[in-house]
Design a protein around this ligand. Structure first.
Ligand code: HAM
Length: 424
């Protein structure tokens, strides 16, 4: 029987994992410089956690969650996003008594039952940050600056799109306006939007169905109905961005697909013509912690899709060459040399070299072919003669240079290889 990976999931093989490690290291390094600390949360949560936070009228909750009952009948859901679980943890672990702001970052795999397509998977990965405890525009700017520095250090061309969707107060008024705007068009809306109209009209702005989009084009936008406080907050965020030299486009169409957002919402999109899709999305969520049963603690964060990021980096020619070559391949002329080779290899690895020794019982010819294929820098052959004399020939593959070394003296072998490595 042949098994395939489930639709929307994928294997990431070594040539690619090196690139993943490269972006992971970069993300950790940027977070570290902003003094954010890593949080790890469970892969699944009580379903209620997502219903409460992400929102019952969102596509994520209505169509995309992997929800199941466990053997004791509890409803659990594989995390479709990170913010809800981090917020649950913030409350449960009493982080509101930590010094503010609480700055957290994460690297997570997530699960959404989505239509699979380019850059859209059912299991995918995000890097994200969440900052709790400051409602100031300074905090929004910090979070955006963190994402922007990460992209800049990877060399990615990107554009920040930003909007404000106000607070629940300004939104209440606006929702009424939206309802009145869409009502005469109700019959032309898709079945989902007909439901959304009654339950959460804001979601209509985000609908991807062409007939709904056509109607939404002239719908009123929240940015034009902000109250004074939300307007001032947004203006301050923009001021910060200008002073930090972060270019942006005000984009009244961004409402984001999750219910917890308030005030600032933003997305980073690629500047690459021909590809589309949002790499990173985020925003402020000042009522989330309270909605989930915690204290009144404001928050802001973002998450970026790692698969999409890598696709974009590749398309823009920003991925480095990361092939890994062994420093040394130890080939065996006789079976008896196996233990000596293993001992020497271990000693050299202790000293930091990348060493491969023969373990498949191949002929010397086959071993040398293998050494060549692996692009090992040096080859050392051990056999009866070498075991007797304690000396062996260290051959540099590229130049053909040969050195006689006392192979029993791992430090000497290490020195030769290292010197050469440093010189290159
Ligand atoms: P989101 O916009 O749902 O936001 O997802 C953020 C990013 O994850 C997207 O911009 C995209 O790059 C990537 N992504 C989403 N779905 C998929 C998929 N099916 N396949 C591949 N990549 C995908 C959130 O998840 C919020 N929790 C972000 C946030 C954090 N807001 C505040 N804090």
């Amino acid at each position: 029987m042949l098994y395939n990976a489930p639709r929307g999931t994928r294997d990431i093989l070594p040539d690619e994992t090196r690139l993943w490690q490269y972006v992971e290291d970069k993300f950790r390094s940027v977070c570290d410089r902003f003094a954010y600390e890593e949080i790890r949360i469970p892969t699944f949560e009580h379903t209620e956690v997502f219903l409460r936070s992400v929102g019952e009228t969102t596509d994520v909750v209505q169509k995309e969650m992997y929800t199941f009952d466990d053997k004791s009948g509890r409803s659990l859901t594989l995390r479709p996003e990170g913010t809800a679980g981090v917020a649950r943890s913030f409350i449960e672990q009493g982080m509101s008594s930590n010094p503010y702001p609480v700055r957290l970052y994460y690297l997570l795999n997530l699960f959404r039952y989505e239509r699979v397509g380019k850059g859209r998977y059912r299991e995918f990965n995000q890097f994200g940050v969440e900052a709790f405890g400051s409602g100031e525009p300074d905090m929004d700017a910090e979070v955006i600056a963190l994402a922007d520095l990460f992209f800049a250090e990877l060399g990615l061309k990107r554009r920040l799109h930003i909007n404000s969707i106000g607070c629940p107060e300004c939104r209440g008024e606006y929702q009424k306006l939206l309802y009145e705007y869409y009502l005469p068009h109700a019959a032309e809306l898709c079945p989902d939007c007909q439901q959304r109209l009654e339950r959460n009209p804001l979601r209509l702005i985000d609908c991807k169905v062409e007939s709904c989009r056509a109607i939404s084009r002239s719908a009123p936008r929240l940015l034009d109905y902000l109250d004074e406080d939300c307007r001032a907050h947004f203006d301050r965020v923009l001021e910060f961005l200008r002073s930090l030299g972060i270019e942006y486009t005000i984009d009244k169409d961004i409402v984001r697909g999750l219910d917890y957002y308030t005030k600032t919402v933003f997305e980073f999109v690629s500047e690459n013509v021909g590809t589309q899709g949002t790499i990173c999305g985020g925003g402020r969520y000042d009522t989330l912690i309270e909605t989930m049963g915690g204290e009144e603690v404001p928050g802001v964060g973002f998450a970026l899709g790692v698969e999409r990021l890598l696709m974009e980096l590749e398309a823009q020619g920003c991925l480095p060459e990361l092939a890994q070559y062994p420093d040394l391949f130890i080939a065996l002329q006789t079976e008896a040399a196996g233990a000596a080779a293993a001992g020497l290899a271990l000693e050299l690895r202790r000293r930091g070299l990348r060493v491969v020794s023969e373990v498949c019982g191949r002929s010397l010819r086959a071993q040398l072919k293998q050494a060549d294929r692996s692009a090992a820098r040096w080859v050392l052959v051990l056999g009866g003669n070498e075991l007797e004399t304690g000396t062996a020939e260290l051959r540099q593959m590229e130049s053909g240079e040969r050195l006689t070394v006392n192979w029993c003296d791992a430090a000497a072998v290490w020195q030769e290889i290292k010197e050469n490595k440093d010189a290159n």
